[in-house]
Design a protein around this ligand. Structure first.
Ligand code: PMP
Length: 351
């Protein structure tokens, strides 16, 4: 035993379980998009790589300016992070002291409780509705004088369900002053329901709403780790204060800018995923599965106690899905061929 031991409570923290990668198997476990980089993005990456003997721009200023133009937002409201998971952590570090409470739906993005508890803040998990959606009234009721922050994951990972405009506006109006609502829009680009609001537009003019977005999903840069927050200026300043210097590297910055330049083409690719999402869900419903309506690039199968068996059954067919034991399996929409293989596997799962 080493005489130096880590914090006693670390052992009890929930662990982040990444989607597995197995040689020769098809990964439908991490909500990535199936396509590799566009030539223009690959070129930007190669060019940026020429400069890696130097530190990157610490403020990602080129990317911030590009986003500001894109979003019609002042640069002062934008902060960059190593993926939106890092921005979730920065949010907690920026807002919460020990014992402060963070309210979020559960089940939702598995990093929320981890980043909360690592910061010695307290997770307040609010169960989803019977329809696998966010229970906003219950989330409101869970807010106490100790609450500093509320995550609203829209669409929700792993269920794919959404909160619509009227409901969300009512919620934002009712949240007490001093509590920041963080709209996590990691899957925004896959949303087709026109009643789902654009978080950045919604946040405009409200001093207690921030939005998190990522280049990992629709923009296809999961391996490069870059995301952004649009937040009230004092919050954006605080996010930069807790940012680990230089952590968003210059290749990620350049690739993100090139991806914004190629947004039309990348978002076109999302349309295929969206139409495959409908096809996959309809086929699963026809096979008798319960599948909540999804607005993300994945489907949720609330299989309860059959979840682990389902994931093992898929793996026998070289398909990696993401099981949440006892609850359900989340399956990322892949290429049409991958989806066919998945539907075949789902079809012969003994139930
Ligand atoms: N938020 C949600 C809801 C997610 O599902 C994910 C990725 N699984 C993230 C944030 C983080 O993504 P990234 O760090 O790659 O930007």
């Amino acid at each position: 035993m080493s005489p130096v031991s880590p914090r006693a409570d670390l052992e009890s923290l929930p662990k982040y379980v990444p989607g597995r990668t197995i040689q020769g198997a098809i990964k439908l476990a991490s909500n990535e998009v199936p396509g590799g980089p566009l030539p223009s993005v690959a070129q930007a990456i190669a060019e940026a790589a020429q400069g890696i003997n130097r530190y990157p721009d610490i403020t990602s200023s080129g990317l911030v300016e590009r986003l500001a133009r894109e979003l019609h937002e002042p640069t002062e409201r934008i902060a960059i992070g190593c993926g939106s998971v890092s921005l979730c952590q920065q949010m907690i570090q920026a807002l919460c002291g020990p014992g402060d409470e963070v309210v979020f739906p559960w089940r939702s993005f598995e990093a929320y409780p981890i980043v909360t508890q690592v910061a010695n803040a307290v997770s307040v998990k609010v169960p989803l509705t019977d329809g696998h959606g966010l229970a906003l009234d219950a989330m409101l009721a869970a807010i106490t004088p100790k609450t500093r922050l509320v995550f609203v994951c829209n669409p929700n990972n792993p269920t794919g369900t959404v909160v619509r405009r009227a409901e969300l506006e009512r919620f934002l109006d009712a949240v007490p002053a001093g509590v920041l609502v963080v709209l996590d829009e990691a899957y925004k680009e896959f949303v087709t329901d026109t009643e789902v609001p654009d978080g950045v537009e919604l946040a405009r003019g409200r001093d207690n709403v921030a939005v998190l977005r990522t280049f990992s999903k629709a923009y296809g840069l999961a391996g490069l780790r870059v995301g952004y927050a649009v937040a009230p200026e004092p919050i954006a300043i605080a996010l930069k204060q807790v940012y680990v210097a230089f952590s968003v590297n210059m290749i990620a910055q350049a690739a993100a800018i090139a991806s914004l330049d190629a947004a039309d083409e990348l978002l076109e690719r999302c349309k295929e995923i969206v139409s495959e999402r409908t096809r996959v869900r309809d086929a699963l419903l026809a096979k008798g599965y319960e599948v909540p309506e999804t607005q993300a690039n994945f489907v949720w199968l609330p299989l309860g106690e059959r979840t682990t068996a389902f994931a093992e059954h898929a793996l026998e067919r070289k398909l990696i899905v993401r099981p949440f034991a006892g609850e359900g399996a989340r399956v990322t929409i892949g290429t049409p061929e991958e989806n066919d293989l998945f539907l075949e596997a789902a079809g012969d799962f003994p139930r």
